[in-house]
Ligand binder design. Sequence first.
Ligand SMILES: [Zn+2]
Length: 372
Amino acid sequence: MAKRDYYEILGISKGASAAEIKKAYRKKAIEYHPDKNPDNKDAEAKFKEAAEAYEVLSDENKKARYDQYGHQAFENGGGFGGGGMNMDDIFSQFGDIFGGGGFGGGFSGFGGGGGQRRVKGSNLRIRVKLTLEEIANGVEKKIKVKRKVQAPGTTYKTCSTCNGSGQVTRIANTILGRMQTSAPCNVCGGAGQTIDKKPSDADAQGLKISEETVSIKIPAGVVDGMQLKVSGKGNEAPGNGIPGDIIVVIEEEAHEKLQREGDNLHYDLYVSYPDAVLGTSQEIDTVTGKVRIKIEAGVQSGKILRLRGKGIPSINGYGRGDLLVHVNVWTPKTLSKQQREFFEAMQNDEHFMPKPDNTDKSFFEKVKDMFS
Ligand SMILES: [Zn+2]
């Protein structure tokens, strides 16, 4: 089904002000409110549609994206995750539009099925520094974290304000008459429970800090700045709530010899003048240990040797990058008298005259090859 234009849904023009958008949404929300249209699936769909339109158009950033890209702006995880909004989300996000005060306080809410909601503990963010070798091979890190856990001895009782339902019902007088709306309970934050008894070392939510060692498996191929989620290892929530997550932020340490570029690695190799002329072999660093590579006699400065599969594994699990060894011929800056005489004698020697052929590609051709 093609999505309708958000402005069309709310019956407003593109230039509508924030106040006009809010007013238009309020009108639609009242018109299609489930309490006014019991068991009317069409009204419910329209109610949801209006809420989605309002969610976007009432948010300056989302509105700007929508104005520029249309519905496409919210595809691929940018918007409503395919499933659209559910009724609980709508009431918890925009409940204030139907009259009545705001909510908040209590525990931070967590959208559940209907009625009582399970509270979710807050997330912990930790930074983990990794060497290139750890990134290339994957690693399991044991990290000390301070997280809130339920203090032993804390007991909970049913919230007396909402009788454990997590919802409170309000009667609001609107232009269309008296309307019943429900919203999460202010006192318990929608959890349906409040603290009965707690030990003296617990905080207001019956939680206390615990120092724990958490083992975190980091897959090969992660990138600086990437965030990994360890579910359920964040702060615990009070009562029957569920724990938050640990968000692991990856930090990549610079390597002494290897430079990373996506899944490929670059290595600058310096060979002496005689080695370039006569050929040699040299040991170089890779992320899986040292490797000896052969340098052919007559190698040109700027040549790139590609070691296939010696780069970083793809985070998606598709293959591995390469290690590109850049050959640099080291030209001596000082010479003995004898050496100087030798090179002077060679200055016009035919063997020393540059004769590039198509196997000695120019720098720009090699760069082109690297990215093809
Ligand atoms: Zn309550």
